[in-house]
Design a protein around this ligand. Structure first.
Ligand code: ADP
Ligand code: MG
Length: 290
């Protein structure tokens, strides 16, 4: 069985760490933010739904501990791209992927790879909060039990830790047995992030995690994402360019071209927004296209 804990990453082009500072808030201290080392390497990735091509020839590296923002108009393949990274794409009938995705040097697309283990390491947060129709406690405990944690003391400890990490503990500690779906939208999204964190992933994929939230909740979730930087590698799809600019270290613009979603430009966030090289990037970040 293929494993994921190899730190043995092949030699890579040196890049300096990003300028952006980060704060840990209530989180336990993690490793320093953003090492210049790819945790995910994508090469010549194409993705098709039956005879429709959603992504064509995408190559990029996702750097450890950094936030990478994927931007671009609707329909250019951003969600499809995320789904290929942790093989959620396997679950879509008719979906076919070509090319290579390596996670800590391991071939994600290998036939003998344990996809459940992969998704434990690369968690996904969706646009619409998706709590299970269970209590707050059971939302966190269920995946932990599925992955073999059964001692109640261990479950309690992990529950408190992740709810503190997402700033929910004080808000819900007296009603852990209440239905999760009674929480506000922003609280539900933070619970879903806590549920992903409970499995101690290395990477979090976030597909427009704030776009279904009111502005106040969106700001709270954005602040949380900033605080997770460094401790986790985050890939976030966002249509909110100001948000991408505020939180991301790297940014990539996707665009539909010649019947397929393409990566038009990828680089440091500041470069993409302030000194884009491609005319489509310039038009998109300036609000003239898209
Ligand atoms: N399950 C699916 N079956 C068929 N086509 C799909 C499916 N999901 C997405 N698509 C199509 O693939 C293209 C890319 O979609 P998507 O990855 O959702 O783009 P984005 O997230 O950038 O809006 C779109 O044309 C969309 O209609
Ligand atoms: Mg999408």
């Amino acid at each position: 069985m293929t494993t994921f804990f190899s730190d043995n990453v092949e030699g890579r082009e040196e890049i300096s760490p990003p300028e952006q500072a980060y704060t840990l808030g209530p989180l336990q201290a993690g490793p320093p933010c953003c090492t210049p080392e790819p945790v995910l390497s994508v090469n010549s990735l194409s993705l098709h739904y039956a005879d429709k091509t959603a992504l064509k020839n995408i190559s990029l590296d996702i750097y450890r501990g950094c936030i990478t923002a994927l931007i671009g108009p609707s329909g250019c393949g951003k969600t499809s791209f995320l789904s290929a990274l942790n093989r959620l794409s396997d679950l879509i009938p008719g979906c076919r992927v070509e090319g290579s995705v390596r996670f800590d040097g391991v071939d994600v697309r290998a036939a003998d790879l344990d996809a459940q283990h992969l998704r434990r390491n690369i968690g996904m947060i969706f646009q619409k909060p998706t709590p299970f129709p269970l209590s707050i406690r059971r939302n966190i405990e269920l995946p932990l039990r599925e992955h073999g944690m059964n001692r109640q003391a261990d479950l309690n400890e992990r529950l408190q830790q992740v709810l503190q990490d997402v700033g929910l503990w004080e808000e819900v500690k007296d009603r852990l047995e209440s239905p999760a779906q009674a929480l506000s939208g922003g609280q539900q999204q933070r619970l879903c992030i806590a549920r992903a964190l409970a499995l101690q992933p290395k990477v979090l994929l976030m597909d427009e995690p704030c776009s279904a939230l009111d502005p106040l909740s969106s700001a709270v979730v954005e602040d949380l994402i900033k605080r997770l930087k460094g401790r986790y590698t985050i890939v976030i799809v966002t249509h909110n360019l100001a948000q991408a600019r505020r939180i991301a270290n790297y940014a990539g613009l996707f665009w539909m071209q010649e019947q397929g979603g393409r990566l038009i430009e990828f680089g440091r966030c500041q470069q993409i927004f302030d000194a884009p090289v491609h005319h489509l990037t310039a038009a998109y970040v300036n609000g003239q296209r898209g």
